[in-house]
Ligand binder design. Structure first.
Ligand code: G
Ligand code: MN
Length: 416
Protein backbone atom coordinates (compact mmCIF):
# COMPACT_ATOMS: atom_id res chain seq x y z
CA UNK A 1 0.00 0.00 0.00
CA UNK A 2 1.19 3.48 -0.70
CA UNK A 3 0.16 6.88 0.55
CA UNK A 4 0.90 8.43 -2.83
CA UNK A 5 -2.79 9.06 -3.54
CA UNK A 6 -2.97 11.49 -0.66
CA UNK A 7 -3.91 14.99 -1.58
CA UNK A 8 -3.01 16.43 1.78
CA UNK A 9 -0.25 18.66 3.01
CA UNK A 10 2.30 17.28 5.50
CA UNK A 11 0.54 18.96 8.38
CA UNK A 12 -2.78 17.33 7.51
CA UNK A 13 -1.08 14.00 6.93
CA UNK A 14 0.50 14.17 10.34
CA UNK A 15 -2.90 14.85 11.83
CA UNK A 16 -4.41 11.83 10.01
CA UNK A 17 -2.05 9.55 11.86
CA UNK A 18 -3.32 10.84 15.19
CA UNK A 19 -6.99 10.14 14.41
CA UNK A 20 -8.70 7.48 16.52
CA UNK A 21 -11.32 5.73 14.43
CA UNK A 22 -14.09 3.27 15.28
CA UNK A 23 -15.46 1.13 12.45
CA UNK A 24 -18.97 -0.23 13.03
CA UNK A 25 -20.11 -2.85 10.55
CA UNK A 26 -21.62 -6.30 10.93
CA UNK A 27 -19.52 -7.82 8.15
CA UNK A 28 -15.99 -8.73 9.05
CA UNK A 29 -14.60 -8.42 5.53
CA UNK A 30 -16.02 -4.88 5.29
CA UNK A 31 -14.36 -3.90 8.57
CA UNK A 32 -11.08 -5.33 7.31
CA UNK A 33 -11.43 -3.46 4.02
CA UNK A 34 -12.11 -0.16 5.78
CA UNK A 35 -9.18 -0.72 8.12
CA UNK A 36 -6.95 -1.31 5.11
CA UNK A 37 -8.24 1.81 3.35
CA UNK A 38 -7.61 3.86 6.49
CA UNK A 39 -4.09 2.41 6.49
CA UNK A 40 -3.45 4.15 3.18
CA UNK A 41 -3.83 7.41 5.04
CA UNK A 42 -1.62 6.20 7.85
CA UNK A 43 -4.60 6.03 10.16
CA UNK A 44 -3.65 3.08 12.36
CA UNK A 45 -5.50 3.70 15.61
CA UNK A 46 -8.56 1.77 14.50
CA UNK A 47 -11.09 -0.14 16.63
CA UNK A 48 -13.88 -2.36 15.33
CA UNK A 49 -17.40 -3.24 16.44
CA UNK A 50 -19.78 -5.68 14.77
CA UNK A 51 -23.01 -4.02 15.76
CA UNK A 52 -24.45 -0.93 17.39
CA UNK A 53 -24.55 -2.50 20.83
CA UNK A 54 -20.87 -3.38 21.04
CA UNK A 55 -19.98 -0.05 19.40
CA UNK A 56 -21.87 1.78 22.10
CA UNK A 57 -20.06 -0.24 24.75
CA UNK A 58 -16.72 0.83 23.23
CA UNK A 59 -17.72 4.48 22.96
CA UNK A 60 -18.91 4.68 26.56
CA UNK A 61 -15.91 2.82 28.01
CA UNK A 62 -14.07 5.04 30.48
CA UNK A 63 -11.17 6.78 28.78
CA UNK A 64 -12.37 5.87 25.29
CA UNK A 65 -12.10 8.80 22.91
CA UNK A 66 -12.81 8.42 19.24
CA UNK A 67 -12.35 11.21 16.71
CA UNK A 68 -14.26 9.52 13.93
CA UNK A 69 -16.88 6.76 13.81
CA UNK A 70 -17.52 5.09 10.46
CA UNK A 71 -20.93 3.53 10.75
CA UNK A 72 -23.01 1.13 8.69
CA UNK A 73 -26.79 1.51 8.87
CA UNK A 74 -28.17 -2.00 8.38
CA UNK A 75 -26.96 -4.11 11.29
CA UNK A 76 -28.43 -6.73 13.63
CA UNK A 77 -29.33 -5.86 17.25
CA UNK A 78 -29.09 -2.10 17.31
CA UNK A 79 -29.23 -0.76 13.74
CA UNK A 80 -27.27 2.28 12.58
CA UNK A 81 -30.08 4.75 13.15
CA UNK A 82 -30.64 3.55 16.72
CA UNK A 83 -26.90 3.68 17.25
CA UNK A 84 -26.75 7.31 16.07
CA UNK A 85 -29.59 8.17 18.42
CA UNK A 86 -27.74 6.51 21.29
CA UNK A 87 -24.50 8.28 20.34
CA UNK A 88 -26.30 11.58 20.59
CA UNK A 89 -27.83 10.59 23.95
CA UNK A 90 -24.38 9.88 25.44
CA UNK A 91 -23.12 13.16 23.95
CA UNK A 92 -20.35 11.44 22.01
CA UNK A 93 -17.78 13.89 20.68
CA UNK A 94 -16.71 11.79 17.70
CA UNK A 95 -17.53 12.92 14.19
CA UNK A 96 -19.58 10.49 12.14
CA UNK A 97 -19.23 9.05 8.65
CA UNK A 98 -22.22 7.05 7.47
CA UNK A 99 -21.41 4.28 5.03
CA UNK A 100 -24.08 2.03 3.61
CA UNK A 101 -25.49 0.30 0.56
CA UNK A 102 -29.00 1.64 1.11
CA UNK A 103 -29.35 4.12 -1.73
CA UNK A 104 -28.75 7.86 -1.79
CA UNK A 105 -31.97 9.06 -0.21
CA UNK A 106 -31.58 6.89 2.88
CA UNK A 107 -27.94 7.88 3.12
CA UNK A 108 -28.77 11.57 2.96
CA UNK A 109 -31.75 11.55 5.27
CA UNK A 110 -29.83 9.53 7.86
CA UNK A 111 -27.06 12.14 7.70
CA UNK A 112 -29.60 14.92 8.21
CA UNK A 113 -31.13 12.97 11.08
CA UNK A 114 -27.71 12.61 12.70
CA UNK A 115 -26.97 16.33 12.25
CA UNK A 116 -30.28 17.22 13.80
CA UNK A 117 -29.42 15.00 16.74
CA UNK A 118 -26.45 17.30 17.25
CA UNK A 119 -23.82 14.87 15.98
CA UNK A 120 -20.98 16.17 13.85
CA UNK A 121 -21.51 14.46 10.50
CA UNK A 122 -18.49 14.50 8.23
CA UNK A 123 -20.38 12.97 5.35
CA UNK A 124 -21.81 9.87 3.81
CA UNK A 125 -20.35 7.27 1.50
CA UNK A 126 -22.03 4.65 -0.64
CA UNK A 127 -20.36 1.27 -0.18
CA UNK A 128 -17.85 0.10 -1.12
CA UNK A 129 -15.76 2.73 0.59
CA UNK A 130 -12.45 3.54 -1.08
CA UNK A 131 -9.56 5.96 -0.68
CA UNK A 132 -11.04 8.55 -3.02
CA UNK A 133 -14.29 8.66 -1.08
CA UNK A 134 -12.56 8.64 2.27
CA UNK A 135 -9.99 11.36 1.60
CA UNK A 136 -12.29 14.44 1.73
CA UNK A 137 -13.97 13.09 4.85
CA UNK A 138 -10.69 12.61 6.68
CA UNK A 139 -9.60 16.07 5.59
CA UNK A 140 -12.85 17.42 7.02
CA UNK A 141 -12.15 15.51 10.25
CA UNK A 142 -8.75 17.10 10.77
CA UNK A 143 -9.95 20.54 9.67
CA UNK A 144 -13.03 20.40 11.89
CA UNK A 145 -11.14 19.39 14.97
CA UNK A 146 -9.06 22.50 14.44
CA UNK A 147 -12.05 24.73 13.87
CA UNK A 148 -13.93 23.76 17.04
CA UNK A 149 -15.40 27.17 17.70
CA UNK A 150 -17.34 28.18 20.77
CA UNK A 151 -21.03 29.02 20.30
CA UNK A 152 -21.64 32.61 19.14
CA UNK A 153 -22.05 35.10 21.96
CA UNK A 154 -25.34 36.65 22.91
CA UNK A 155 -25.40 40.40 22.31
CA UNK A 156 -27.66 42.70 24.29
CA UNK A 157 -29.32 45.87 23.02
CA UNK A 158 -26.92 47.90 25.14
CA UNK A 159 -23.92 46.18 23.63
CA UNK A 160 -25.09 46.85 20.09
CA UNK A 161 -25.87 50.47 20.97
CA UNK A 162 -22.36 50.84 22.40
CA UNK A 163 -20.75 49.20 19.34
CA UNK A 164 -22.64 51.57 17.04
CA UNK A 165 -21.79 54.63 19.13
CA UNK A 166 -18.12 53.73 19.31
CA UNK A 167 -17.91 52.71 15.64
CA UNK A 168 -16.74 49.22 16.60
CA UNK A 169 -18.50 47.37 13.80
CA UNK A 170 -16.47 46.44 10.79
CA UNK A 171 -17.65 45.72 7.26
CA UNK A 172 -16.03 42.85 5.39
CA UNK A 173 -16.44 42.27 1.67
CA UNK A 174 -16.81 38.86 0.05
CA UNK A 175 -16.20 38.73 -3.71
CA UNK A 176 -18.89 37.52 -6.11
CA UNK A 177 -17.76 36.11 -9.44
CA UNK A 178 -19.51 35.99 -12.81
CA UNK A 179 -19.65 32.31 -13.66
CA UNK A 180 -19.29 32.49 -17.43
CA UNK A 181 -16.55 35.06 -17.65
CA UNK A 182 -14.90 34.35 -14.32
CA UNK A 183 -14.85 38.10 -13.79
CA UNK A 184 -14.95 39.70 -10.40
CA UNK A 185 -18.32 41.47 -10.51
CA UNK A 186 -19.05 42.60 -7.01
CA UNK A 187 -19.09 41.96 -3.29
CA UNK A 188 -21.48 41.12 -0.52
CA UNK A 189 -20.93 43.40 2.45
CA UNK A 190 -20.98 41.59 5.78
CA UNK A 191 -21.07 43.37 9.11
CA UNK A 192 -18.77 41.95 11.75
CA UNK A 193 -17.77 42.69 15.28
CA UNK A 194 -14.34 41.68 16.45
CA UNK A 195 -15.35 40.12 19.76
CA UNK A 196 -12.57 39.94 22.34
CA UNK A 197 -13.16 36.24 23.11
CA UNK A 198 -15.07 34.90 20.11
CA UNK A 199 -13.18 36.55 17.27
CA UNK A 200 -15.23 37.91 14.37
CA UNK A 201 -18.96 37.47 14.98
CA UNK A 202 -22.12 38.38 13.12
CA UNK A 203 -24.34 39.07 11.36
CA UNK A 204 -26.62 36.44 12.89
CA UNK A 205 -26.01 37.77 16.39
CA UNK A 206 -27.42 41.17 15.34
CA UNK A 207 -30.54 40.11 13.45
CA UNK A 208 -32.52 39.09 16.54
CA UNK A 209 -32.01 42.55 18.00
CA UNK A 210 -33.12 44.21 14.78
CA UNK A 211 -36.35 42.24 15.01
CA UNK A 212 -36.93 43.54 18.53
CA UNK A 213 -35.85 47.13 18.14
CA UNK A 214 -36.72 49.27 15.12
CA UNK A 215 -34.40 52.02 16.27
CA UNK A 216 -31.35 49.78 16.54
CA UNK A 217 -32.21 48.02 13.28
CA UNK A 218 -32.41 51.32 11.43
CA UNK A 219 -29.24 52.55 13.05
CA UNK A 220 -27.35 49.40 12.10
CA UNK A 221 -28.57 49.60 8.51
CA UNK A 222 -27.80 53.31 8.19
CA UNK A 223 -24.29 52.86 9.63
CA UNK A 224 -23.33 49.90 7.49
CA UNK A 225 -24.95 51.39 4.39
CA UNK A 226 -22.99 54.61 4.76
CA UNK A 227 -19.76 52.68 5.01
CA UNK A 228 -20.53 50.35 2.12
CA UNK A 229 -21.56 53.20 -0.17
CA UNK A 230 -18.43 55.15 0.72
CA UNK A 231 -16.41 52.06 -0.14
CA UNK A 232 -18.22 51.68 -3.48
CA UNK A 233 -17.60 55.36 -4.21
CA UNK A 234 -13.87 55.04 -3.49
CA UNK A 235 -13.57 51.87 -5.55
CA UNK A 236 -15.44 53.27 -8.52
CA UNK A 237 -13.23 56.36 -8.74
CA UNK A 238 -10.26 53.96 -8.96
CA UNK A 239 -11.57 52.48 -12.21
CA UNK A 240 -14.26 49.81 -12.58
CA UNK A 241 -17.55 50.51 -10.80
CA UNK A 242 -18.13 47.79 -8.25
CA UNK A 243 -21.43 46.14 -7.42
CA UNK A 244 -22.31 45.95 -3.72
CA UNK A 245 -24.83 43.66 -2.06
CA UNK A 246 -26.04 44.47 1.40
CA UNK A 247 -28.19 42.45 3.79
CA UNK A 248 -31.34 44.26 4.77
CA UNK A 249 -33.85 43.19 7.35
CA UNK A 250 -37.42 43.18 6.03
CA UNK A 251 -38.33 45.60 8.81
CA UNK A 252 -36.55 48.33 6.88
CA UNK A 253 -39.35 47.98 4.33
CA UNK A 254 -41.84 49.25 6.89
CA UNK A 255 -40.56 52.74 6.11
CA UNK A 256 -42.42 53.78 3.04
CA UNK A 257 -39.80 56.41 2.18
CA UNK A 258 -36.96 53.84 2.07
CA UNK A 259 -36.46 54.09 -1.71
CA UNK A 260 -36.15 57.89 -1.65
CA UNK A 261 -33.80 57.91 1.34
CA UNK A 262 -31.63 55.21 -0.18
CA UNK A 263 -31.42 56.95 -3.51
CA UNK A 264 -30.30 60.16 -1.80
CA UNK A 265 -27.55 58.30 0.05
CA UNK A 266 -26.41 56.48 -3.05
CA UNK A 267 -26.19 59.71 -5.03
CA UNK A 268 -24.36 61.49 -2.23
CA UNK A 269 -21.73 58.73 -2.33
CA UNK A 270 -21.29 59.10 -6.10
CA UNK A 271 -22.67 55.63 -6.76
CA UNK A 272 -25.46 54.50 -9.12
CA UNK A 273 -28.53 52.71 -7.74
CA UNK A 274 -27.89 49.97 -10.32
CA UNK A 275 -24.68 49.14 -8.44
CA UNK A 276 -26.60 48.26 -5.28
CA UNK A 277 -28.45 45.06 -4.38
CA UNK A 278 -30.52 44.72 -1.24
CA UNK A 279 -30.58 41.13 0.05
CA UNK A 280 -33.64 40.04 1.94
CA UNK A 281 -33.77 36.74 3.74
CA UNK A 282 -37.08 35.08 3.06
CA UNK A 283 -37.27 34.21 6.75
CA UNK A 284 -37.58 37.85 7.61
CA UNK A 285 -40.13 38.82 4.99
CA UNK A 286 -43.02 40.27 6.92
CA UNK A 287 -46.70 39.74 6.40
CA UNK A 288 -47.54 43.31 5.51
CA UNK A 289 -47.31 42.32 1.89
CA UNK A 290 -48.88 45.46 0.47
CA UNK A 291 -46.39 47.85 2.10
CA UNK A 292 -43.50 45.59 1.12
CA UNK A 293 -44.71 45.38 -2.44
CA UNK A 294 -45.02 49.17 -2.58
CA UNK A 295 -41.50 49.76 -1.24
CA UNK A 296 -39.90 46.90 -3.17
CA UNK A 297 -41.42 47.96 -6.46
CA UNK A 298 -40.31 51.57 -6.07
CA UNK A 299 -36.80 50.40 -5.17
CA UNK A 300 -36.68 48.46 -8.43
CA UNK A 301 -38.06 51.45 -10.34
CA UNK A 302 -35.21 53.55 -8.98
CA UNK A 303 -32.69 51.02 -10.27
CA UNK A 304 -31.84 49.00 -7.16
CA UNK A 305 -31.62 45.21 -7.36
CA UNK A 306 -33.50 43.07 -4.91
CA UNK A 307 -32.19 39.63 -3.96
CA UNK A 308 -34.01 36.84 -2.20
CA UNK A 309 -31.30 35.56 0.15
CA UNK A 310 -30.87 32.00 1.50
CA UNK A 311 -33.39 30.79 -1.05
CA UNK A 312 -34.88 27.43 -0.23
CA UNK A 313 -34.61 27.77 3.54
CA UNK A 314 -37.17 29.18 5.92
CA UNK A 315 -40.90 29.18 5.46
CA UNK A 316 -41.87 30.82 2.28
CA UNK A 317 -39.51 30.61 -0.66
CA UNK A 318 -41.77 30.18 -3.65
CA UNK A 319 -44.65 32.29 -2.39
CA UNK A 320 -42.43 35.25 -1.59
CA UNK A 321 -40.49 34.81 -4.78
CA UNK A 322 -43.71 35.30 -6.74
CA UNK A 323 -45.05 38.10 -4.63
CA UNK A 324 -42.10 40.50 -4.62
CA UNK A 325 -40.17 41.89 -7.58
CA UNK A 326 -36.87 40.14 -6.88
CA UNK A 327 -34.36 40.10 -9.71
CA UNK A 328 -31.63 38.09 -7.96
CA UNK A 329 -31.97 34.63 -6.41
CA UNK A 330 -29.28 33.54 -3.95
CA UNK A 331 -29.09 29.79 -3.52
CA UNK A 332 -28.39 29.01 0.11
CA UNK A 333 -25.01 27.58 0.96
CA UNK A 334 -26.54 24.44 2.40
CA UNK A 335 -27.50 23.44 -1.16
CA UNK A 336 -24.49 24.79 -3.06
CA UNK A 337 -21.85 23.48 -0.69
CA UNK A 338 -21.47 19.78 -1.44
CA UNK A 339 -23.91 19.76 -4.38
CA UNK A 340 -21.49 17.71 -6.47
CA UNK A 341 -21.59 14.91 -3.91
CA UNK A 342 -25.24 15.03 -2.96
CA UNK A 343 -28.06 14.21 -5.40
CA UNK A 344 -30.68 16.04 -3.32
CA UNK A 345 -28.58 19.22 -2.94
CA UNK A 346 -27.87 19.09 -6.64
CA UNK A 347 -31.58 18.79 -7.41
CA UNK A 348 -32.43 21.81 -5.27
CA UNK A 349 -29.59 23.84 -6.79
CA UNK A 350 -30.54 22.81 -10.31
CA UNK A 351 -34.24 23.60 -9.82
CA UNK A 352 -33.40 26.97 -8.22
CA UNK A 353 -31.15 27.93 -11.13
CA UNK A 354 -33.84 26.92 -13.63
CA UNK A 355 -36.46 28.82 -11.66
CA UNK A 356 -34.31 31.94 -11.65
CA UNK A 357 -33.70 31.62 -15.37
CA UNK A 358 -37.39 31.14 -16.16
CA UNK A 359 -38.30 34.17 -14.08
CA UNK A 360 -35.62 36.27 -15.76
CA UNK A 361 -33.62 36.54 -12.55
CA UNK A 362 -29.89 36.29 -11.89
CA UNK A 363 -28.87 33.20 -9.90
CA UNK A 364 -26.07 33.40 -7.34
CA UNK A 365 -24.72 30.33 -5.52
CA UNK A 366 -23.46 31.01 -2.00
CA UNK A 367 -21.01 28.97 0.07
CA UNK A 368 -19.10 27.40 -2.81
CA UNK A 369 -16.13 25.80 -1.09
CA UNK A 370 -14.90 23.17 -3.49
CA UNK A 371 -13.79 22.81 -7.03
CA UNK A 372 -16.28 20.06 -7.87
CA UNK A 373 -19.19 22.24 -6.71
CA UNK A 374 -17.86 25.14 -8.79
CA UNK A 375 -17.71 22.85 -11.85
CA UNK A 376 -21.19 21.48 -11.27
CA UNK A 377 -22.81 24.89 -10.72
CA UNK A 378 -21.09 26.21 -13.79
CA UNK A 379 -22.41 23.32 -15.88
CA UNK A 380 -25.91 23.98 -14.50
CA UNK A 381 -25.72 27.55 -15.77
CA UNK A 382 -25.61 29.39 -12.46
CA UNK A 383 -24.87 33.07 -13.18
CA UNK A 384 -22.66 34.03 -10.25
CA UNK A 385 -20.79 32.42 -7.39
CA UNK A 386 -19.62 33.32 -3.95
CA UNK A 387 -17.84 31.25 -1.32
CA UNK A 388 -14.58 30.29 0.32
CA UNK A 389 -13.43 28.55 -2.88
CA UNK A 390 -13.19 32.03 -4.38
CA UNK A 391 -12.45 34.12 -1.31
CA UNK A 392 -13.44 34.62 2.30
CA UNK A 393 -14.94 37.93 3.40
CA UNK A 394 -12.09 40.44 3.76
CA UNK A 395 -11.52 44.06 4.73
CA UNK A 396 -11.45 46.70 2.01
CA UNK A 397 -7.67 46.98 2.26
CA UNK A 398 -7.20 43.39 1.07
CA UNK A 399 -9.68 43.49 -1.78
CA UNK A 400 -7.65 45.24 -4.47
CA UNK A 401 -4.73 42.86 -4.03
CA UNK A 402 -7.09 39.92 -4.07
CA UNK A 403 -8.82 41.16 -7.25
CA UNK A 404 -5.52 41.56 -9.09
CA UNK A 405 -4.47 38.07 -8.06
CA UNK A 406 -7.85 36.59 -9.02
CA UNK A 407 -7.66 38.01 -12.53
CA UNK A 408 -4.39 36.20 -13.06
CA UNK A 409 -5.02 32.94 -11.23
CA UNK A 410 -8.73 32.12 -11.39
CA UNK A 411 -9.55 28.43 -11.95
CA UNK A 412 -9.13 27.33 -15.57
CA UNK A 413 -12.83 26.46 -15.91
CA UNK A 414 -13.69 30.06 -15.05
CA UNK A 415 -11.77 31.58 -17.91
CA UNK A 416 -13.29 32.36 -21.24
O1 G B 1 -27.09 34.49 4.24
P1 G B 1 -26.00 35.40 3.79
O2 G B 1 -25.93 35.60 2.33
O3 G B 1 -25.99 36.71 4.47
O4 G B 1 -24.71 34.57 4.19
C1 G B 1 -23.43 34.96 4.02
C2 G B 1 -22.68 34.26 5.14
O5 G B 1 -22.10 33.06 4.65
C3 G B 1 -21.55 35.10 5.68
O6 G B 1 -21.58 35.07 7.06
C4 G B 1 -20.31 34.45 5.12
O7 G B 1 -19.20 34.60 5.95
C5 G B 1 -20.73 33.01 4.99
N1 G B 1 -20.04 32.31 3.92
C6 G B 1 -19.64 32.83 2.75
N2 G B 1 -19.03 31.91 1.97
C7 G B 1 -19.05 30.77 2.67
C8 G B 1 -18.57 29.46 2.40
O8 G B 1 -17.99 29.14 1.36
N3 G B 1 -18.79 28.55 3.37
C9 G B 1 -19.43 28.85 4.54
N4 G B 1 -19.60 27.88 5.44
N5 G B 1 -19.87 30.06 4.82
C10 G B 1 -19.70 31.02 3.90
MN1 MN C 1 -26.69 37.67 2.21
Amino acid sequence: MTVATLDANPDQQLRFSTLRVLVVDDQEHVRKWIRRTLGQFEVTRVSEAEDGRSALALVTEPGAEFDVIICDLKMPNIDGVEFLRALSAVRAQAAVIISTMEGDRVLETSAMFASELGLRVLGTVAKPLNADKLRPLLLAAVEESRADAPAPPHISHDTLRRLLTEGKLQVLYQPIIGMKSGDFTGVEALVRWSHPAHGLVGPDVFTGICEESDTLGEWLLATSLREVLAFAGRWSTGGQPIHVSINVHAKAFDRVDLPERLLAEVQAAGVEATQVTLELTERSIANDALRMLDVATRLRLKGFSLAIDDFGTGHSGLTQLRRLPFDVLKIDKQFANGAAQSPSKRSVAEASIALARNLGMTSVAEGVQQRDDWDLLQSLGCDRMQGYFIAKPMPEEGLAAWAAHWTLHQPAGAKR
